[in-house]
Design a protein around this ligand. Structure first.
Ligand code: LLP
Length: 426
């Protein structure tokens, strides 16, 4: 399924009203293409059910760190959820107000904490007993008091891919329930810390909302027990993690997730923060690629694309199956079953097996759907392949929001040691 922003007009797949084939002619392939309208719609759909609450939606910029994408969402009202100082710089450069930036992460370095406190972000979500004294000492050094939250590991099974679950106790994320009393003691007594409440993130691409209910209920119990002890809790950060339908998947309506929040969290009267990534950007982007070869093997047919696992690593890393469609499709074209692979020198460089696609030829274009989240953001230059362009469409207009990086630019990051610098070294 294509999302409403990517649909066929006159047999050719368009981003909003612009044919993807035209963009391919202009920027070459492969490239990522994002839809402004879909980003805006996704933000509105996420925010609407929480209009009756004091809610801030902080876009998880790790899912798509492109400045234009961040700015598009910020213009809708989004803040940012960051996981490293580099994302802090990006979010601020894109125009996100520091008071709407929240910072989670198991391994925040002292210099990163320093940058975040100096920027006066909304809150740091501390993930361990070891981190709290570091935040405290940085705040004291800067002569300020900084808002902190405790990220709780609720020990629930997110029922997602094993690499995508974060909320059970074997993972490195969050503070285990058994250590929370000590964490609260530190957060409320160490100098420079202003303890605001709890955060939780159960995992990502969570398709069944029950794990959210379990985690949020634990959070609510925690709030009640704190309040009974006289510990003030003002805010709750409910994390991200709501899934989207990839190829052939079905997802319960978002209203069901909103109902969980209303049931479990709203009665507490806390300010609430959400950290969605995939739900805001996933279906707002596609990866457009050209067929390099149609390879007929003895038993199998392969479409070898010019996009590879370095451009989109999700299938190789999480066995993710993205939708794949032909950019030109007449609807009644004869279809065939193919494995869709990339050019990278790895067996895992495969977008998926047994896709049913119209008969294709070398030079034809395909769109890999649900490419807006964790696509470009996780890409690499493996196999000497340049980072690919990102294009943002808004109605009939479009702009290249990251250009293709040349191999020469890639090599310019490197330098030769003096003893290898002369030609005589080879
Ligand atoms: N908040 C925290 C603390 C997180 O760790 C994450 C994602 C999010 C929010 C956003 O989660 P989302 O709403 O996007 O599910 N590379 C993987 C996803 C890793 C997500 C890591 N943390 C993938 O391609 O599926």
């Amino acid at each position: 399924m294509t999302s409403s922003a990517f649909s066929y007009r006159n047999g050719t797949l368009c981003a909003e009203t612009l044919p993807l084939a035209e963009i391919a002619d202009e920027v070459g392939t492969p490239f990522y293409c994002y839809s402004t309208q879909q980003l805006q719609r996704n933000y509105r759909d996420f925010a609407a059910p929480f209009a009756d609450m004091d809610a801030t939606i902080c876009f998880a910029v790790k899912s798509n760190a492109n400045l234009a994408v961040i700015r598009t969402l910020a213009a809708c009202g989004a803040g940012a959820d960051i996981t490293a100082a580099g994302e802090l710089e990006r979010a601020m450069q894109a125009g996100v107000k520091p008071e709407k930036i929240v910072y989670s992460g198991a391994g925040k370095r002292r210099d990163e904490i320093m940058a975040a406190i100096k920027a006066r972000i909304r809150q740091i979500n501390a993930e361990s007993l070891s981190e709290l004294p570091v935040i405290s000492s940085v705040a004291v050094e800067l002569g300020v008091t900084t808002p902190v939250m405790l990220r709780v590991n609720p020990d629930v099974d997110a029922k997602t891919h094993k690499h995508l679950a974060t909320g059970h106790k074997e993972t490195k994320f969050g503070i285990e329930m058994a250590q929370l009393d000590e964490a609260i003691r530190l957060a409320t007594t160490l100098p420079g810390l202003d303890f605001k409440g709890f955060s939780v993130h159960v995992g990502t691409h969570v398709m069944d909302y029950e794990p959210f209910r379990l985690a949020y209920r634990k959070l609510a119990d925690l709030v009640k027990s704190c309040r009974a002890r006289g510990v003030k809790i003002e805010r709750l950060d409910l994390g991200g993690g709501v899934g989207i339908p990839y190829d052939g998947q079905k997802l319960a309506p978002f209203a069901d997730y909103a109902a969980v929040v209303h049931d479990e969290i709203a009665p507490l009267g806390c300010a609430v923060i959400f950290e969605p990534g995939r739900r805001l950007v996933g279906d707002a982007g596609v990866l457009v690629s050209r067929v390099v070869y149609v390879k007929q093997g003895v038993t199998k047919k392969f479409l070898v694309l010019d996009a590879g696992m370095n451009d989109l690593i999700r299938p190789a890393m999480y066995e993710a199956r993205h939708g794949i469609v032909a950019v030109r499709s007449s609807g009644d074209a004869e279809t065939e079953t193919v494995d869709v692979v990339g050019p990278v020198c790895e067996t895992g460089d495969m977008f998926g097996k047994n896709y049913s696609l119209p008969k294709m030829q070398a030079g034809d274009l395909v769109a890999i759907l649900q490419g807006g989240a964790y696509g470009a953001a996780m890409s690499s230059v493996y196999n000497g392949r340049p980072l690919i362009p990102e294009v943002l469409v808004d109605g009939a207009r479009h702009a290249v929001v990251r250009r293709r990086l040349s191999v020469a630019e890639q090599m310019a990051w490197e330098s030769m040691p003096e003893w290898l610098a002369s030609d005589r070294a080879v």
